[in-house]
Write a protein that binds this ligand. Structure first.
Ligand code: PMP
Length: 397
């Protein structure tokens, strides 16, 4: 008898986490795996932030905090949003959580009723649709093409809206494609939202600082969209703090209050020590983040060119984050010895077991012709990974 709740059948474990697990298992068997599946910076958390955490422990910041975060952490988020994005918020509009993932869950749980339609341009970060499904919302995928660098156009957005549309969710810079929406592109989307004042927007800006081309723009800057946008951000990517678990959202007051209420019944606040360190991260110099991004930029330049030299790969042009998302469909229906490649899932497994390179299948992101490669790893490993891919992809005929 299946004793588990029905909602379990509506969601699955992220492929990203599955691939990381598989890679670890092979490594434990002594196999030299080049891990390009991982979605986190390979840098240490900056020293001044680590020091702030050590001080917090010694000063006794080791107790429960307000659910939405200490007042001065929320104030630090307000400061950051003004400094970096020119946006005005009050601390009551900020909710600090256990990572951006929990912020997304709080926001989706606060907004989506069963049957509500949620538009998600694809490829997209796996978690969005799963959280919507948990709330029994209806996901409306809008496929975006490599020709438009995997970004939704105003025309596509308009065509996807129905009277049931409640929410639009996207990330810029985007995981998995690395695409960044320009000011002009966001203005185009904002013009569509202006005609549909009932639709909320979740704008996931967790990769804000990892932008190689220009200044980050938030959709909340345009028209009156600040009144119905929930900005999601956090420390994981920009400050190399994935394990510390701190994300934050900025939202219209009623939504922020709803998120606080939901969080109060799930996790309460995130770690007190992490919150003290977050104040230093959010109000301090961004020098180490800038240095990290400069390193990512070098790696991006390398891997972008190197992948283009592999026959059969159709390479996209990412302006942010630390992922490449090449189209691998030229390898479908090809084989080598006992390996037959039907789709991107098979290709990922072939690369893992034969080339010993770990990647993530595009089907995890609703783009079954692609695979995702993370370049948040050392240049040596990138070179080794690309060489191995070239060799093993070259054998498929
Ligand atoms: N949004 C996107 C687009 C992400 O890629 C990730 C992490 N992979 C998150 C949110 C979650 O980040 P956090 O570690 O803060 O929960």
């Amino acid at each position: 008898m299946n004793q588990l709740a029905d909602r379990l059948s509506r969601i699955s474990e992220p492929q990203t986490i599955k691939m990381a697990k598989l890679g670890r298992e092979l490594k434990a068997q002594g196999i030299d795996i080049v891990d390009l599946s991982i979605g986190e910076p390979d840098f240490d958390t900056p020293a001044h932030i680590r020091e702030a955490a050590k001080k917090a422990i010694d000063e006794g910041f080791t107790h429960y905090t307000p659910v939405a975060g200490y007042a001065d952490v929320r104030q630090a988020v307000v400061h950051k949003l003004k400094r970096d994005n020119g946006l005005d918020y009050t601390p009551e509009q900020i909710v600090v959580s256990t990572g951006a993932k929990q912020c997304l869950a709080n926001a989706v749980l606060s907004i989506v009723n069963p049957g509500d339609e949620v538009i998600i341009p694809t490829p997209y970060w796996v978690t969005y649709s799963e959280q919507v499904s948990l709330c029994q919302g209806e996901v409306v995928f809008v496929p975006c093409s490599i020709e438009n660098n995997y970004k939704i156009t105003p025309e596509q957005l308009e065509a996807a809206i129905t009277p049931k549309t409640k929410l639009f969710m996207f990330s810029s810079p985007c995981n998995p494609t690395g695409s960044v929406y320009s000011k002009k592109e966001l203005e185009g989307l904002a013009a569509v939202f202006a005609k549909h004042p009932e639709i909320f927007i979740i704008s996931d800006e967790i990769y804000e600082y990892i932008n190689y081309e220009g200044k980050h723009e938030s959709i909340a800057q345009f028209g009156d969209l600040i009144n119905r946008t929930i900005i999601i951000n956090g420390l994981s990517k920009g400050f190399a703090m994935t394990g510390w678990r701190l994300g934050y959202l900025a939202a219209p007051l009623d939504i922020a209050k709803a998120c606080d209420k939901i969080q109060s019944q799930f996790t309460s606040a995130t770690c007190s020590i992490t919150q003290r360190a977050a104040i230093t991260a959010l109000t301090g110099e961004l020098t180490t983040a800038v240095e990290m991004v400069a390193e990512f930029k070098k790696r991006r330049a390398y891997i972008h060119e190197a992948l283009k030299t592999i026959p059969g790969l159709k390479v996209n042009d990412p302006e942010g984050a630390f992922y490449m998302f090449p189209d691998v469909s030229a390898f479908f229906n090809k084989s080598f010895e006992d390996s037959y490649i039907k789709n991107a899932d098979d290709l990922c497994m072939y690369l893992l077991h034969k080339a010993h390179v770990s990647t993530v299948t595009g089907s995890a992101f609703q783009q079954p012709n692609c695979i995702r490669l993370s370049y948040a790893t050392s240049m040596d490993k990138l070179e080794k990974g690309v060489e191995r891919m070239k060799t093993w992809l070259g054998k498929l005929a």
